[in-house]
Design a protein around this ligand. Structure first.
Ligand code: HEC
Ligand code: HEC
Length: 257
C-alpha cells in the first residue's frame, strides 16, 4: 500500500479509535448546565445604547451580528477597552445601573468608566427616557458568556478573616452604598429606590440571618452571592475569598454579631 492510500484509510480509522477511547475513558457525565436563554434583540433599545456611545468601550459578543447589521460595524464595539456586556442582564439591578451611570466609582471602586450624565434629566438624579432605555437594553443581555456567568447561589462558610483589613476594604468597596460608617447613607444610596435601601449594617440591620447559621457565614454568603433581584451585587468575581472573609469579619464586628 502506498503512503497516500494508507493515509486515506488510516486517518478515519484513527479518528474512530480516538472517539471510541474518549467515549470509554470519559468520567461519569456532570449534570448539563441549563441551556443559555437565546439572546433577545430589541432594535429600539439597542439604538439608545448605540446613541449613548457605549460601543466606544464595550462590545456585546452575543449581539455582534445584530448590532453590526442594524447600526454598522463600529456599534458592535470596534476596539473595546471595557468588558464584554454579554450576560450582564443577569447580574445587576436597574438601580445599580443608575447609580453606576451617575458615578461609576461609587458602586465599582476604581472604575475607569466615565460618568454618563447625558442619560439623566438635566440637574436631576433621575434617568431620562434614553437612560431608561439603555438600562432596559442591558437587562435584555441575558445570554450567558464566559465573562459574565450567573452569580453563585450556594450558602458558604466564611474562612477566618481580619476585621481591620475588612474595614479598609469596606471603605473602598462598600461605602459608596452602605456609607463610610456603615449607616446606610453612601452617595449611591439615593438611587436605590425600587426595594430596600442599603441597610445600616452598623446598626445591626440584618434580615438575611437564617436561624442555626453562624452570622459570620450569613454575612459572607451575602457578600459572595449578592442579594438576587436587588442592587446588592455579588463580589464573588471581584474580591478574593480572603477579602470577602475580612469584610465579613468587619461587618459582623461593627454590626454587633
Ligand atoms: C470610555 C469607556 C467607557 C464608556 C464610554 C462606557 N463604559 Fe462601561 N465600562 C468601562 C470600563 C473600563 C468598565 C470596567 C470596569 C470599570 O473600570 O468600571 C466598564 C464597566 C461597565 C459595566 C459593568 C460590567 C461588569 O461586568 O461588571 C456596565 C454594565 C457598563 N460598563 C455599561 C456601560 C454603558 C451602558 C455605557 C454607555 C451608556 C458605558 N458602559 C460606557 C468603560 C466605558
Ligand atoms: C450598589 C450598592 C451596594 C454595594 C456596592 C454594596 N451593597 Fe450591600 N446591600 C445593598 C443593598 C441595596 C442591600 C439590601 C438588599 C435587599 O435586602 O434588598 C444590601 C445588603 C447587604 C447585606 C445584607 C444585610 C442583611 O439584611 O442581612 C450585607 C451583609 C451587605 N450588603 C454587605 C455589603 C458589603 C460588605 C459590601 C462591599 C463588599 C456591599 N454590601 C456593597 C447595596 C450595596
Amino acid at each position: 500500500m502506498d503512503g497516500e492510500k494508507l493515509a486515506i484509510i488510516g486517518l478515519p480509522l484513527l479518528a474512530v479509535l480516538f472517539v471510541a477511547i474518549g467515549f470509554i475513558a470519559k468520567p461519569p457525565a456532570e449534570p448539563e448546565p441549563e441551556p443559555a436563554p437565546p439572546q433577545a434583540f430589541d432594535k429600539e433599545l439597542a439604538a439608545a445604547y448605540v446613541q449613548a456611545g457605549c460601543w466606544q468601550c464595550h462590545a456585546v459578543s452575543t449581539l455582534q451580528t445584530e448590532l453590526t447589521e442594524a447600526f454598522g460595524e463600529q456599534a458592535a464595539g470596534a476596539r473595546p477597552m471595557g468588558p464584554d456586556l454579554a450576560g450582564v442582564g443577569n447580574r445587576y439591578h436597574p438601580d445599580w445601573h443608575t447609580a453606576h451611570f451617575w458615578k461609576p466609582d461609587d458602586v465599582y471602586a476604581g472604575s475607569q468608566m466615565p460618568a454618563q450624565r447625558q442619560l439623566f434629566e438635566p440637574g436631576q438624579t433621575k434617568l431620562n427616557a434614553q437612560g431608561r432605555k439603555v438600562v432596559e437594553f442591558l437587562l435584555t443581555l441575558k445570554s450567558r458568556s464566559d465573562l459574565n456567568k450567573p452569580w453563585p447561589t450556594a450558602r458558604v462558610t466564611a474562612p477566618t478573616g481580619d476585621a481591620e483589613r475588612g474595614r479598609l476594604l469596606f471603605l473602598r468597596e462598600c461605602a459608596g452604598c452602605h456609607g463610610r460608617d456603615a449607616d446606610g447613607d453612601g452617595p449611591a444610596a439615593r438611587f436605590m429606590v425600587a426595594l430596600r435601601k442599603p441597610p445600616a449594617l452598623a446598626k445591626g440591620d440584618f434580615i438575611y440571618m437564617p436561624a442555626g447559621e453562624r452570622p459570620l457565614d450569613s454575612i459572607y454568603t451575602v457578600i459572595t452571592n449578592g442579594v438576587p433581584g436587588s442592587a446588592m451585587p455579588s463580589f464573588a468575581s471581584r474580591l478574593t475569598e480572603q477579602q470577602r472573609a475580612d469584610l465579613a469579619a468587619w461587618v459582623a464586628k461593627v454590626g454587633g454579631k
